[in-house]
Design a binder for this molecule. Structure first.
Ligand code: ADP
Length: 566
């Protein structure tokens, strides 16, 4: 039954009871009022007439008025006969009155008249008593029925008041509970209402909505699961190692390559705190360090492999929600690079011998004993000498580079004579400086601590800095060369007054093969990068300052030997 019908029926029932109560009340009140007016009309008036007649009876013989009053009242009485026997008594009264008129002195007539009047009085009084009893009964009936209806009304009202709110509120409560569950993504929630009203319809609609949401959720879940396994397959088939961490550094996933190189099974470490795993796993410890790792050499799967570490922050709403560590497998590139390094090393090494013999031959040609050389020939020989020196420089640089690349820089670090190192480098460049008429302003303090360095490599570096300074300086300029001890360090400074280096290239000049655009002088762009590698390998630093247009200052900082070894 529809809720609307239920409400209409309930309210109609209440209305019917109230109506019945009203009609019954009205009926009984009406009946009692009718009874009362009938008593008044039928009996009370008869009593009044007979009393009037009694009052004037004694005066009839003398007074004409009395006769008339009696006659009038008698006529009224004759018109108001209501009780059984009243008619006969009234007829008897008329008869006696007529007799009294014919014989007014007869006392017996008075007596009979009085008796008839008394009879009428008695009849009416009895009738009043009887009717009063009937009215009492009617009132009792009214009380009885009205009480029953009133009680019924109260009971129905109480039932109605008690039940009516729950008819509305119970399904509303269950529906709102259901909606709350759905909001909490519990799509299994259903509402079972027996009633077939609007709430029943609403519950059915709710259930079909929940079913649809459930289906949708499951189809979505299946889709997400499918996508997840697809991504897992892709990640697992990658040649790079991939490790996923959440924002609290718990392991989310580890692909097959990572499993191999870590030597751990994904199932054993998933969900674990990465730092806990790092306690027993060196590689994980290295990976968790924030340092930039150039290259990781890992022995896994019975072979040596090389990896690059790359950390990608996973962002959501501008917050880091995790990290993906990518271990790029660079073994093929590494192998190619190694082959290239070996090739360059072999070629440069092989070139050194013929270049050296060319130099030797040039020296022999310089000797007068080998024959006179004319001016043109001397010019040609000078050109060959320059080219040979350049070739030697290049092969030397290439060899040094291969040493750096293969990680085979062999250092023999010892407390070395600072002044001697600098002097070697200066002497090697005197000729070149003279050719450009460049003045070398040298400042070396008398008392200098020794420097902790590989003297050969350091000479090579200073030599390189000086030859650069000469090459990139104008003719007839000055180059300032100095050394000194500062805070347990030894500094070597080469300051030229050449063209200088534009600010945007200041950092780049230490990169391999980099040459400032527009530099026409010969060169490989390797010298400064090797200088940096050599100095840093000795625990030192190489710095550059340059005012573009006015010159450059290169400074090498190395550790000073303790004062005892002075
Ligand atoms: P290169 O063999 O070209 O000199 P380097 O590595 O020694 O290679 O130097 C790299 C580049 O830095 C040079 O090509 C040059 O442009 C710049 N450079 C090096 N030294 C100086 C200097 N003293 N003055 C100006 N530019 C310089």
């Amino acid at each position: 039954m529809k809720l609307k019908t239920k409400l209409s029926l309930g309210l109609s029932f209440l209305f019917a009871i109230i109506l019945a109560f009203g009609i019954l009340g009205f009926y009984y009140i009406n009946r009692l009022s009718n009874d009362a007016s009938m008593v008044l009309k039928n009996n009370h008036e008869s009593l009044v007439y007979s009393n009037n007649m009694l009052k004037v009876l004694e005066k009839i013989p003398g007074k004409k008025d009395a006769f008339k009053i009696f006659d009038d009242n008698l006529k009224k009485q004759e018109a108001n006969i209501t009780e059984p026997g009243e008619k006969e008594s009234t007829e008897e009264l008329r008869k006696n009155f007529n007799e009294l008129l014919t014989n007014p002195t007869d006392a017996s007539n008075y007596t009979e008249l009085r008796q008839s009047l008394q009879l009428i009085n008695d009849l009416n009084q009895n009738a009043i008593l009887r009717k009063n009893e009937i009215a009492q009964k009617t009132a009792e009936n009214a009380r009885f029925w009205l009480t029953i209806i009133f009680t019924l009304l109260i009971i129905v009202s109480i039932i109605f008041i008690y039940n009516f709110p729950s008819i509305i509120s119970d399904p509303v409560t269950r529906l709102s509970e259901g909606i709350r569950e759905i909001a909490n993504k519990n799509y299994k929630q259903r509402i079972y209402l027996e009633q077939k009203d609007e709430f029943g319809d609403l519950a059915n609609a709710f259930n079909s909505m929940a079913e649809k949401l459930d289906e949708y959720e499951h189809s979505n879940l299946a889709k997400i699961k499918f996508e997840k396994s697809r991504i897992e397959t892709i990640i697992n088939q990658m040649k790079d190692g991939i490790i996923g961490l959440d924002e609290k550094n718990h392991i989310l996933f580890v692909n097959v390559v990572s499993e191999k190189i870590l030597g751990l099974k994904e199932s054993d470490i998933i969900g674990k705190y990465a730092a806990d795993i790092a306690i027993h796993n060196d590689l994980m410890r290295t990976l968790l360090k924030e340092d930039v790792i150039k290259e990781l050499k890992i022995y896994a799967d019975k072979k040596e492999s090389f990896f690059n570490k790359d950390v990608i922050n996973v962002m959501a709403n501008e917050a880091v929600i995790g990290q993906v560590i990518v271990l790029r497998n660079i073994t093929p590139y590494h192998e190619l690079n190694e082959a290239k390094t070996n090739f360059i090393a072999t070629v440069s090494h092989e070139l050194k011998t013929p270049i050296s013999s060319i130099q030797l031959s040039l020296k022999l040609l310089d000797n007068k004993q080998t024959g006179e050389i004319n001016t043109e020939q001397q010019l040609l020989l000078d050109g060959i000498k320059d080219d040979t020196n350049r070739l030697l420089k290049i092969t030397g640089e290439l060899l040094n580079m291969t040493q750096v690349d293969s990680g085979k820089i062999q250092l023999s670090i010892a407390a070395s004579d600072t002044k001697q190192i600098l002097t070697y480098a200066i002497n090697a460049n005197r000729n070149a400086a003279e050719q450009k008429n460049i003045h070398l302003d040298i400042s070396i303090p008398d008392q200098l601590p020794k420097v902790v360095a590989d003297s050969e490599k350091t000479v090579w570096v200073l030599n390189n800095l000086l030859s650069n300074a000469i090459r990139y300086s104008y003719d007839n300029s000055t180059i300032f060369i100095s050394t000194g001890a500062v805070d347990k360090t030894i500094t070597f400074t080469v300051k030229d007054t050449g063209q200088g280096i534009a600010p945007q290239y200041k950092e780049k000049i230490f990169d391999r093969y980099f040459r400032v655009p527009g530099t026409h002088k010969d060169g490989t762009g390797l010298g400064l990068s090797i200088c940096k590698e050599f100095i840093e390998a000795q625990g030192g630093q190489i710095l550059v300052e340059s005012d573009y247009g006015t010159g450059s200052t290169f400074t090498v900082v190395l550790n000073a030997a303790p004062i005892l070894s002075l």
